[in-house]
Ligand binder design. Structure first.
Ligand SMILES: NC(=O)c1ccc[n+]([C@@H]2O[C@H](COP(=O)([O-])OP(=O)(O)OC[C@H]3O[C@@H](n4cnc5c(N)ncnc54)[C@H](O)[C@@H]3O)[C@@H](O)[C@H]2O)c1
Ligand SMILES: O=C(O)C[C@H](O)C(=O)O
Length: 317
C-alpha cells in the first residue's frame, strides 16, 4: 500500500511516468501535481487516466493538486518538473533555473513528508539531487536521482543487439554524470554471466560508437520528437517498483556518496546502489585504473557545477 506523488505531472515525462507507475500493484494512491493555473489540465489528466484504469481494471485512488504541501503522506515523491533542454543545449545549461524550483520544492517536501523518498528526474539530475538533498534536509538514503540508470539501459540494449541476445542476458553499468563525462564499466559487463572480455567477439565490439550513441541519445530524441518520454518513463517505473517491492536490486542511480567508489566521495552522482523500501544505499566498489580516472573527472565536474549553483542559490535567497 503506497502513495506516489508526481510533481510535474502535466509535463511529457511526468505524465507518461504516471501511467507506467499506475501499473505497479503496490501503488494504491497517486497524486498528480502541477503548477498553479494548471488545474483544468490536471483534471483532464485524471479523467484520461481513469479511462485507462477502467480498460485495465486498475483500482487506485487518483487525485491532483497544485500545492506542493499536499505531498504529505506520500511514500515516494518524484520530481519531473522543470525546464527540459532544447536542441544544442547541454543539460548543465539548465542548472541554475531548475535549481531555484527544486530548492523551493525540496524545502516543502522536507517539512511535509519527512519520511518520504524524494526521487529527482529534473536535469541536470546529479546537481538537482544534491540541491534536493541540501534543501529538503532529508537523509542521503531518502534522496536520489535517475542518474545513469537510463544511460545503462541504453547501453544494455545496444550490447544485446550486437550479440543478438535478450536484454535480460546483459548486465552493464555506466557510472558518473548523466551527461558527457559518464563512464562505462566494461569490467562489470557480462553476457549470460560471462565477462564480456572473455568472449572472443569482444575485440570487435564498437565500444566508442556505442558510447557515442548513448551520450547523444537524449539530444537525438529531442531533435527528432521534442522530448525523451518512453525510456525515462519506464526507467522511473522500474525504480519505483524496486522501492515499493523492497526488492534490494542494485541499479545505477544518482546518490550521495561519502567515499564508496575508490575512496572518492562527497558528491551526488551515478553509482551502483542497493535499493529497497528504506531508500538508496551506494555499494562500495573498487574500479579498474582507467575507470577511476574517468570517474574522478566526472565527479570533479559535477562537484564544481553543484558548488557554483549552490553558491548562487544562497546569494539570491
Ligand atoms: N534524468 C533523466 O534521465 C531525464 C529524462 C527526461 C527528462 N528529464 C528532465 O525532466 C524535466 C522535465 O522534462 P519534460 O520533457 O517532461 O518537460 P516538460 O516541459 O514537458 O514538462 C515540465 C513540467 O515542469 C513544469 N515546470 C516547468 N518549470 C517549472 C517551475 N519553474 N516550477 C514548477 N514547475 C515547472 C511544467 O509546468 C511541466 O509540467 C526536464 O528537466 C528534463 O530535462 C530528465
Ligand atoms: O537528454 C535529455 O535532456 C533528457 C534526458 O536526460 C535523457 O537522457 O533522455
Amino acid at each position: 500500500m503506497a502513495k506516489v506523488t508526481i510533481i510535474g505531472a502535466t509535463g511529457n515525462v511526468g505524465s507518461f511516468a504516471a501511467h507506467t507507475i499506475s501499473e505497479i500493484p503496490h501503488v494504491t494512491d497517486m497524486l498528480l501535481m502541477g503548477r498553479p493555473g494548471r488545474e483544468e489540465f490536471l483534471e483532464g489528466c485524471c479523467r484520461d487516466m481513469a479511462d485507462s484504469f477502467a480498460a485495465r481494471g486498475t483500482q487506485m485512488r487518483l487525485a491532483h493538486s497544485t500545492r506542493v504541501a499536499d505531498v504529505e503522506g506520500s511514500d515516494v515523491i518524484i520530481c519531473t518538473s522543470g525546464m527540459p533542454r532544447q536542441v544544442g543545449q547541454d543539460r548543465n545549461d539548465l542548472a541554475f533555473e531548475n535549481a531555484k524550483m527544486v530548492a523551493e520544492t525540496a524545502e516543502i517536501v522536507g517539512e511535509r513528508a519527512p519520511d518520504a523518498l524524494l526521487f529527482m528526474v529534473t536535469n541536470p539530475v546529479d546537481v538537482m539531487t544534491a540541491v534536493a538533498l541540501k534543501y529538503s534536509g532529508l537523509e542521503p538514503r531518502q534522496v536520489f536521482g535517475l542518474g545513469t540508470h537510463l544511460d545503462s539501459m541504453r547501453l544494455k540494449a545496444l550490447i544485446a543487439e550486437y550479440f543478438k541476445v535478450h536484454v535480460s542476458e546483459v548486465h552493464t553499468r555506466i557510472i558518473g554524470e548523466h551527461g558527457e563525462s559518464m563512464v562505462p564499466l566494461w569490467s562489470a559487463t557480462t553476457i549470460g554471466g560471462i565477462q564480456i572480455c572473455n568472449l572472443p567477439t569482444f575485440s570487435g565490439l564498437p565500444h566508442r560508437e556505442m558510447m557515442d550513441t548513448v551520450r547523444s541519445s537524449g539530444q537525438f530524441i529531442i531533435k527528432n520528437k521534442g522530448a525523451t518520454v518512453y525510456g525515462p518513463g519506464e526507467a522511473i517505473a522500474t525504480l519505483v517498483r524496486t522501492i515499493l517491492g523492497d526488492e534490494n536490486r542494485i541499479l545505477t542511480v544518482s546518490s550521495y556518496i561519502r567515499s564508496e567508489v575508490n575512496g572518492i566521495g562527497d558528491v551526488c552522482i551515478g553509482v551502483p546502489a542497493r535499493i529497497n523500501r528504506k531508500g538508496v544505499f551506494p555499494v562500495p566498489i573498487k574500479l579498474a585504473d582507467r575507470e577511476v580516472t574517468g570517474f574522478a573527472a566526472s565527479v570533479e565536474k559535477i562537484r564544481t557545477i553543484t558548488a557554483d549553483v549552490t553558491e548562487k542559490l544562497e546569494q539570491c535567497r
